[in-house]
Design a protein around this ligand. Sequence first.
Ligand SMILES: [Zn+2]
Length: 96
Amino acid sequence: MQPRKEHGLTRAQRWTRCARKRRWADALSATAGALAVMETPHPPEELYVYQCPHCRGWHLTHLPQAGQDPVTLSAYTLTKAGELRSVQERKKHAKA
Ligand SMILES: [Zn+2]
């Protein structure tokens, strides 16, 4: 008998790809979560954030995401107001 599929995935696949993972409500929260992981003593080499097609929340992955740079500590900075900003974005703002 075939395993029952929900949204094209078996329950086991859905577990490893979605339910098992920590979920964030938006990209910025996920990025903050990724940065926290990168600050641990043994961080992964690369970490990416992506929107989950199953729950529409955001998860972290080690797999490179198309058109996206990995989340690195040097790529993000906190503003005086305590907001998370990408360094690149800040440079863009500085030029304008
Ligand atoms: Zn998910």
